[in-house]
Design a protein around this ligand. Structure first.
Ligand code: OGA
Ligand code: MN
Length: 196
C-alpha cells in the first residue's frame, strides 16, 4: 500500500502503476461487458429538482459498482478496501464505506471544474480515481487537472491512482480526444460523525 503522508499533508497523492497492466486489461473487458448490457447512463449534475444532464459541463456516462461481477472486479474492490483501512490506520480518517462508479468519456467529453462534495454529500472525505486506459498517449488529452498550488495535471494512464481530499480540492477533466475510462469513488464517513 502507498505511503499516504502526501495526501494528508498536501491534499492529494498520485500513485502510478497502482494496478498492474494485466488487471487493467481485465477491467477494460469487464467495462465492455457491462456497456454491452446497456448498464451505463449519462451522468447528471446539480442536486434535487435542478439535477439534469448537461454534456457541456459533464459529458461522461457512468455505471455504479455495487456488486463485483467476476474476479477482476473482486480484486479491484479488495485493493480499494485495503486502501480504506490504510486511510484509517495512517490518517485516522474514520472512513467506513466506499461508493464508486465506472466512467466512460467519449471523444470530445469533459468535466468542468468542480468540487466533489456538495451540501447533500457532506460525508465524502477522500476522492479516489483509477484510470483504466492501457494505451494512453499525451495527444489524447483528457488530463485530470488538480487546482492545487501549483496546479497539477495527471494523464489518465492505465493503473494510475489519484487520491485527494473531497472537501477542499477543486479539479477538472480536460477535453479528451480518445475514449477515456476510469473508476471514480469516494471514501465516506457517517454524516452523524461530522455533525457530532
Ligand atoms: C469525478 C471526477 C476525475 C477523473 O468523476 O467527479 O472528477 O479524472 N473524475 O475522471
Ligand atoms: Mn470530481
Amino acid at each position: 500500500m502507498p505511503d499516504l503522508t502526501e495526501l494528508l499533508e498536501r491534499g492529494y497523492l498520485i500513485v502510478p502503476a497502482f494496478l498492474d497492466a494485466g488487471l487493467v486489461q481485465e477491467l477494460q473487458l469487464a467495462i465492455d461487458l457491462r456497456d454491452s448490457r446497456g448498464e451505463f447512463r449519462a451522468a447528471a449534475v446539480g442536486a434535487g429538482v435542478a439535477r439534469t444532464v448537461r454534456p457541456s459541463v459533464r459529458g461522461d456516462r457512468i455505471q455504479w459498482l455495487d456488486r463485483p461481477q467476476g474476479p477482476a472486479e473482486s480484486q479491484l474492490l479488495e485493493r480499494l478496501e485495503t486502501l480504506r483501512l490504510a486511510l484509517n490506520e495512517q490518517g485516522g480518517l474514520g472512513v467506513f464505506d466506499l461508493e464508486c462508479h465506472y466512467a466512460m468519456y467519449p471523444p470530445g467529453a469533459r468535466y468542468a471544474r468542480h468540487l466533489d462534495r456538495s451540501a447533500a454529500g457532506a460525508e465524502r472525505i477522500v476522492s479516489v480515481v483509477l484510470y483504466l486506459n492501457p494505451q494512453w498517449q499525451d495527444s489524447d488529452g483528457g488530463q485530470l487537472r488538480l487546482y492545487s498550488n501549483p496546479v497539477v495535471e495527471v494523464a489518465p494512464c492505465g493503473g494510475t491512482l489519484v487520491l485527494f481530499m473531497s472537501e477542499s480540492l477543486e479539479h477538472e477533466v480536460l477535453e479528451t480526444r480518445a475514449e477515456r475510462r476510469s473508476l471514480t469513488g469516494w471514501y465516506r464517513r457517517r454524516a452523524r460523525q461530522l455533525n457530532g
